[in-house]
Design a protein around this ligand. Sequence first.
Ligand code: COA
Length: 381
Amino acid sequence: MPQGYVLGVGKTRFGPTSKSLPALAQEAIIAALGDAGLTVGDIDAFIVANYLGGPNEGRLHLNSVVAGLMPGTHLPGWRVEAACASGGVAVHDALLSLSRYGTVLVVGVERMSGIPGMQLTRNIGMAGDLDLDQGAGLNFPASYALVAQRHMDAFGTTTRDLELVSLKNHDNARLNPLAHFYHKTVTQADIDAGVMVASPLRLFDCCPVSDGAAAVVISGASRGDRSIPILGSGLSTDAISLSQRTVHTSFIAARNAAASAYEQASVSASDVDFVEVHDCFTIAEVVAMEDLGLCSPGEATRLIRDGVTSRDGALPVNASGGLKAGGHAIGATGVGQVYEVVKQLRGEAGDRQLAKARIGLTHNVGGVGGTCAVHVLGSAS
Ligand code: COA
């Protein structure tokens, strides 16, 4: 029994732009409504996913900002914030709200470019604990560097494995016109020249700083063969700081969210044809594959080396380019993952269309595993 149906999807290009936050949101909303063949009058409620509107540009009360894009509607609308998982949590929230509202619009939006680097890193770092992490300078690249070091110690993961993730995702982004690095061919020489950000993570192990928006229209009822069923939706949380955890090679919230989504969808990891995972840093893609049960702990690197996760492999991972090369417009990312999976399941992904796309999965993480939302989507029946 599907939890709901995606009737329409829309997305802006992820990457630096001069467009304002409301303009980005509007572009994605218009695209999603057009894709669904609906108008604003068909929407019963809406949810806005955003993380940095306040600290980056002094823009809060975003449900009212988005209401202004739909004049005269006065719909129930609210904002969801769960750091980089804001979008995935908003999709989960939309499914829950179908018990009251027939058709719900979710829009994820973020503006990040143009903020001085130190300030932006500090703002993003607010998703880490104020007392335990932020004051100690444990920002996001540093936190994921610790995860990478631990994974290397435990399983023999190498920097070469991480480079392969980056090369693959950049290669995929070259086929995605809405990707941050669509325009850029990345070679081994580029990767070798990348500066060290937080050892062992270098420039090409990091997602970029992106602006962008994505929107989806979700309903309790299908509107035909372009409606994509959401079969399962899992959400789990964990303590915010790595120092409050005992396991650092895996995110328990991701494992729980995946188990919950699989159970609801009545599928297992082996039924999944392709995934869009939260590769904010290359090591995060490795950990995601293991947390989702796509392989055993420590086995993801073998699949990556063997090309299994490539576009033409048996289990494509991040055919969109992922966060690494597709871009990470934080509040929009989880919604953008649903956009990509819907496009693949409908056979509308253009040059990056996968050969086998019947069951797809999204994995959206907030902080360093503090929140995780997983969605399993199936083909239209
Ligand atoms: N990967 C590859 N290339 C990148 C890049 C990345 N992550 N970030 C920037 N670049 C490129 C730019 O395109 C630019 O290339 P060009 O000279 O050909 O135009 C060049 O590097 C310089 O860009 P700039 O914006 O000055 O980079 P920077 O040094 O200020 O930022 C990082 C680099 C890694 C610090 C920044 O991308 C970053 O903070 N990423 C992580 C964001 C984050 O933490 N998100 C939340 C994760 S949970």
